[in-house]
Design a protein around this ligand. Sequence first.
Ligand SMILES: Cc1cc2nc3c(=O)[nH]c(=O)nc-3n(C[C@H](O)[C@H](O)[C@H](O)COP(=O)(O)OP(=O)(O)OC[C@H]3O[C@@H](n4cnc5c(N)ncnc54)[C@H](O)[C@@H]3O)c2cc1C
Length: 277
Amino acid sequence: MYAIQWPSGENAGALSLADVTRVLTVENAANEHALAAVLAPQVVAVAKDYSHVFAASTTFGKDLMPRVAALLGTAQISDIMAVESANRFRRPIYAGNAIVTVETDPAATIVGTVRSASFEAAASGGSAPIEKASVNVELPTHTRFVSVSAAKNDRPDLQTASRVISGGRALGSADGFKILYSLADKLGAAVGASRAAVDAGYAPNELQVGQTGKIIAPELYMAVGISGAIQHLTGIKDARTIVAINKDGEAPIFEVADIGLVGDLFQIVPEIEKMIG
Ligand SMILES: Cc1cc2nc3c(=O)[nH]c(=O)nc-3n(C[C@H](O)[C@H](O)[C@H](O)COP(=O)(O)OP(=O)(O)OC[C@H]3O[C@@H](n4cnc5c(N)ncnc54)[C@H](O)[C@@H]3O)c2cc1C
């Protein structure tokens, strides 16, 4: 198994994964900021000798891989959740309401994005060498980096956190969300949000969980004031334990919750925080 390393070193963790035997690094000043349009031809140059080219189904992977597939003249398999053979995979469709098994031409390079939440974490303990890959391709000039504005916080990353507390429309405002941040800090949890909460401006876009947000698989997921729409549940299908707080005992979220608390979140959340101390 091979991994490609970006100059930013963001995927330096690839070195220590048990089954990674080599890490290829592509040195090019144009890669200072990871732009899918610029990286795709370089990935293709490195990857054309390989049978499979995969990236995680993150926002970045979903941006990069369709370009890689297009340049290789093949179709992409999105959101792989199970591998049945070298060219046969299962993936969700209709917001996770159905699972489809797809097969690709084994003669073509197989390009896909993988739902990391559907797989066990790879074992660590490897020490793969880093090798420089020489890539000599013309890079596109139609896309260039202008600036980045990203919110920084010290909380765990939503996509990898073992505990996540998400809030919905019921929080009522960005100020209302503060009670979740406070509880999350005590629990060492990441904060997520429903789309309704994001659309209303209560929480930033990058916190959205669900079909059009992040797909996550934490040990503990607390859904606070979230109704449990199918598009939201798609994002937490693989969560180990789901705790729901909702004042409506008939809310669909209780159908998937392992623990349900029926009541006003503005009373329950501070009580939980007090209990934790
Ligand atoms: C194509 C498409 C993609 C979508 N993608 C996503 C996605 O990625 N993620 C996502 O989340 N949604 C997504 N949606 C939207 C989704 O259908 C729902 O509209 C959304 O999830 C609802 O958010 P909510 O549960 O916060 O709000 P609501 O459905 O309004 O639910 C609010 C809940 O809070 C409860 N409540 C109210 N006050 C209190 C209180 N004081 N204490 C306790 N409980 C209270 C209510 O009983 C209710 O159950 C998508 C929709 C479409 C069409």
